[in-house]
Every structure is written in C-alpha cells, then in structure tokens.
Design a protein. Sequence first.
Length: 238
Amino acid sequence: MRTSSELTTIGFDADDTLWQNEQFFRMTEKRFAAMLADHGEEAQISARLLEAERRNLAIYGFGIKGFTLSMIETAIEVTEGRVPASVISGILDAGREMLGHPIEPLPHARETVEKLAGTFRLVLITKGDLFDQERKLAGSGLGDLFDAVEIVSDKTAATYARLFSRHGDGPASSMMVGNSLKSDVVPAIEAGGWGVHVPHELTWVLEHVEAPVAEPRFRQIPHLGQLPDLIESIAKPG
C-alpha cells in the first residue's frame, strides 16, 4: 500500500485508541462518590478527586494505581481524617477490579493494525503503569502485530524524537495515532512527525488541549478504520 518512502513508522497509543480505558475510570469515580455521599455531592467529590490527581501526577504517574491512591487521599481530605476503614477497603477493591477488567478492543483496531503491519514499522507507545499496560496488551491479542512496544512515564516531543529515532528513521518519517491531542498528537508534531487524532467519546479532562488545526502535519479521523486511506492519501504526491 505504501507509495512513498517518506512515511516508514507508525506509532499507536493504546488506551482509548486501541481499547477502552477511560470508561472504567468514570464508572469507578461514580462508585467512589457514592461511598462518600454523606460528605458532598458527586460533582464536589469528583472535583476534589481531580485536584488530587493533578497534584499526584508528578509523584505517582499515570494509571490505576495512582488513581487509587488519589481516591484514598481524597477520602481522607473530605472526611477530615475520619474516613471509615470500610471505605478505604472499598476503594482498594475498586482499584483491584479495574486492574482485572477484561480488555475491550475498540472498533476497527485489529483490522487496521493488521492491514498496516508488515508495510510499516508499528510501535505501540503508551504511558502508565508497566504491569497494567503489559496486562492490557497481552489481553488485547494485538501484541504480536507490533515491531516494538514502549511504555513511558509521559509523552513529550523529546519522547517521540527519541523513540522514532530508535525504532524508525526519525520523527520526520513517523506518524503518531491516538485519542489524546495533548499526549499523542501535539508533541508528535512538535517533534517533527505527523499527528493523527482519533477522538474518543470519553477523554480525561487533563488531556484536553486545543487541536493544532494550523499545523500541516495534523489530521483527524472519526475512527481507526479510516487510517489506511488517510496514510495512502498522505503518501500520494502532490
């Protein structure tokens, strides 16, 4: 399918690009707010939790374990240190359930990755907890289709420059595909690559930024099934 030597490497985000993720955080957040219903409305509890998550990102990083710790911290705060042990136990149970939830691949994920495998170098680039991301990749059944897998603490322009140089021909010959403008698209373009946004109906508020619509290497498609045609249109001269 490739008609140009320019684009050689395609990076894929994992969570909410290849499989469902954010929906489990939302469901657990509602469960958490219900545990603390005597101490505030759901919106108030969620706002306090978001504050804790924002504070803790630099300490715990991304993922379910950090989210669970932030829930515990929030429970202590909103109860002024009087949170019952049963609530702490319930939070830990909720975190364990998230870590064991079956993987739900998103529509077009497998067919698209299969179609591109062998023609391009495919790299899975995801951030979060190492054990959990490895578990999800194994459960997805997609692992063997990727030439490389990178689980990183954060995604920056420097991250993409390094990884696309390690696994490809540099960022100028690479494309990053994902649901997060902040993590998957903007920094990949800043590194010199292509950034393709595949919106998901649920995106964490801390991943929201403006779309870089003026950037010539920015593209947006409604679902992964349109990615092969997009790549072919980019590769065509003129």
